[in-house]
Design a protein around this ligand. Sequence first.
Ligand code: ADE
Length: 251
Amino acid sequence: MTTAILSALPEEQGSLVSALQAPERIEHAARTFWRGRLHGHDVVLALSGIGKVAAATTAAALAERFAVRRMVFTGVAGGIGDGVQVGDVVVARDYLQHDMDASPIFERWLVPGHAGVCMACDAPLTAILLEACSACLAGFSAGFDHESESAPQAARLHHGLMVSGDRFVSTAAESQRLRAELLAAGHDALAVEMEGAAVAQVCRDYGLPFAAVRTISDRADDSAHVDFPHFVRHVAGPRADAIIHRLLQLL
Ligand code: ADE
C-alpha cells in the first residue's frame, strides 16, 4: 500500500526526500513527486503548492497516477482557537472550507453534494497520527517567541476542526471574525490553513483515508506575516521529519 505525504512548501517537507530509500523523481502535472521507501513503506512525497486548487490537483494526481492508498498532510497553520499557540501541534479531526459560500441556495460553508459542512478525517489513520505526535511532543519546544525573552512554554497537542481557504489570514480582526462566525454556527475551529480541506474533499471522492497534522506557525494576526516565514524556515522542517518518521514506524 502506497502512502502519500503532502506538504504545501518544500520547507514543510523537512529532509524526508533525502531520507528516502531507492528514491525516484517523477515530473508530472507541473509538479515534482518523489517515490521511494521509508521505514518499510512505499511512499510518495509531494508538494501541494499553496491554495485549494493546487492542493486538489496534487491529490488527484496522487490518486490517479500514483495509485496511493492513503494521504497524510504535514505542514504549518495559523492558530485561531483559544489556547492554540505558536509551536503547538494540531491534528485535524475534520475540515471545513471557510471561504465556500453558496448561500442562500445552500448552507454556508457546504460543498454542494456533500452531506455536511465538515469533512471528517479518517479516524483510524488519525488515531495513529495522534499517537505519533504525542510521542514526538516531549522533544518539541514551542519554537520561538520574537517578543519575549522568557523560555518558550512546552508545545501542546490539539485535536479538532481545521479550516482552509484561499487566504493567508494576517490580521487579528479577520481571524476573530472568522472564528466568531464559525463558533456562532457551532464550529470551534482550532487552526486555519490553505490546502487541507481540498485534499480531504479529493480523498473523500476517491474513497481514500486522509489525516493531517499542522504545527502552529503564527496566530493568524497582525504579526502572522513575520512569524510565518521565520517558523517555516527554522522549525517546520524538523517537526515534519520527527512526526512523519514516527508515524511510518507506527503504521
Ligand atoms: N498557514 C500558516 N499560517 C496561516 C495563516 N495565518 N493563514 C492561512 N494559512 C496559514
